[in-house]
Design a protein around this ligand. Structure first.
Ligand code: AMP
Ligand code: ZN
Length: 467
């Protein structure tokens, strides 16, 4: 148990362990469900997933809470334009988010909490902050007075001492380098949804939702809070201010932030229009696990430039591991065991664990698996691999798949059209005629990956779809 993580709060890589018992109390900022998430967003969600999996592999249990931001300026704007309630409007994108998450094999957090399910608790928290003098009102909206919290800036390591007092902002999109009193509660506007609460008629700002739901489910002090680097300021800085003024305890011991997915050196984002949704990528014929692998293979603190070449390399890498997996599981090996190869497997699992423990260095972890695969493929070619070595090879593959989870091919849900299956079967027959048996077998496996089972009978090839 020697997991170490980079903590944005201390700017250091520190040993990580839960504070109480064996359970890690973790909060991650979830999606704003105003549209389909793009694969930049999913880089962050895949990072949460890798983090979850490795925390558990380390031997801890998890209580992980993730919010769904289902009320915000953009949701209201779009819902009003379509004459829908915000619930009707956002439901579609919440469903899409979980469908995409499932295709990407993201484990579901222990608790997923929609903001609109906790409005009264948010109002109550704002009332309490008001009682202690941390807030002021203006035109029915309520603001947090950051001058009352001298530690403001401790996460982003910025100095706000010269900040103009009283300057404030109340929209959900912030100027990133300007600290201002931020809105806790927005007064109801005409034609906008509102709630009647102890602090009046209106709706909560974005920041308070995370503080309230995190404390409600996980207690005053979290072990770990994560998000993308763009959330450090102001969102997480504001979460700290609200939470610590409410509870007078440290809000989170660790703050862990993942870097961006870029396109041509710029952040992938809706506003720049340089984004792909997962659906866009799948419609080009890529499997979801290829996206998962591409986004997980680069350590989370390194920016990653998205290209289709990168996606193709990810597909090739997955194929290499799957071919090796197939060879291990179906190969006919001589009895006995080769101790050198078991030792080689130990080095691979040891290297993988050490790399993941080192702030989730996925690139290095993969390096140790691929070196092992290369060496063992050579040993197999030379008939040095024995039946007794299968178990240690499987252990390496299991450890790899515990984190990366790409060995199982995604079955095509709506399937290949019949004509395409027939064309592939013809291609395979031609390959066989040309005595290219390896090529013919590749086509068989390709079809199998897409849920098509083929059978050679004396009357020719028969095929069927996997049930
Ligand atoms: P949103 O749905 O806009 O609230 O964003 C959800 C998550 O996606 C946040 O944690 C962001 O930090 C993250 N995010 C947004 N754009 C990117 C990107 N290009 N690369 C990585 N993460 C991103
Ligand atoms: Zn948040």
């Amino acid at each position: 148990m020697s997991l170490r993580l980079y903590n944005t709060l201390t700017l250091e890589v520190q040993p990580f362990a839960p504070e109480r018992d064996n359970t890690v109390r973790m909060y991650t900022c979830g999606p704003t469900v105003y549209d389909f998430a793009h694969i930049g967003n999913f880089r962050t969600f895949i990072f949460y997933d890798v983090l979850r999996r490795w925390i558990r592999a380390t031997g801890y249990q998890l209580d992980h809470v993730m919010n769904i931001t289902d009320v915000d300026d953009k949701i209201i704007r779009n819902a009003v334009a379509r004459r829908q309630s915000i619930g009707e409007y956002s439901a579609r994108f919440t469903t899409a988010f979980f469908e995409d998450s499932e295709s990407l094999r993201l484990e579901r957090p222990e608790r997923v909490t929609p903001a609109t399910g906790h409005i009264d608790e948010m109002a109550e928290a704002i009332r309490k902050l008001g009682e202690q003098g941390y807030t002021y009102e203006s035109d029915g909206s309520i603001y947090f007075r950051i001058a009352k919290f001298p530690e403001y800036g401790k996460l982003s390591h910025m100095d706000f001492s010269g900040t103009r007092p009283g300057a404030r902002v109340d929209n959900d999109n912030y100027e990133k380098d300007d600290a201002r009193d931020f809105v806790l509660w927005k007064a109801a506007k005409e034609n906008e949804p509102y709630w009647d609460t102890v602090v009046g008629r209106g709706r909560p700002g974005w920041h308070i939702e995370c503080s309230v739901m995190a404390i409600r489910y996980l207690g005053d002090t979290l072990d770990l809070h994560a998000g993308g680097v763009d959330l450090i300021f102001p969102h997480h800085e504001n979460e700290i201010a609200q939470s610590e003024c409410l509870t007078h305890h440290l809000f989170s011991r660790f703050w862990v932030h993942s870097e961006f997915l870029l396109v041509d050196g710029q952040k992938m984002s809706k506003s720049l229009g340089n984004f792909y949704t997962l659906r866009d990528i799948l419609s080009k014929g890529y499997a979801p696990e290829t996206v998962r692998y591409l986004l997980a293979q680069v350590p989370y603190r390194k920016a990653l430039n998205f290209t289709f070449d990168g996606l193709k390399s990810a597909a090739t890498a997955i194929d290499r591991v799957r071919n090796f997996d197939l060879r291990v599981k179906t190969g006919k090996f001589e009895e006995g065991s080769n101790p050198d190869l078991d030792a080689r497997a130990q080095v691979a699992t040891g290297g993988f664990r050490a790399a993941m423990d080192d702030d989730l260095n996925t690139a290095e972890a993969l390096g140790s698996v691929f070196e092992y695969i290369r060496d063992v493929n050579i040993a197999m070619d030379k008939d040095e691999f024995r039946a007794g070595n299968v178990a240690s090879a499987k252990a390496v593959l299991d450890l790899f798949d515990l984190v990366f989870d790409v060995l199982r091919p995604t079955a095509a849900t709506d399937g290949l059209p019949d004509e395409e299956v027939e064309a592939k079967i013809e291609e395979r027959r031609d390959a066989k005629k040309a005595r290219n048996f390896a090529g013919a077998d590749q086509i068989r496996v390709w079809l199998l990956d897409r849920g098509i089972i083929i059978e050679d009978t004396k009357d020719g090839v028969r095929w069927k779809r996997k049930p």
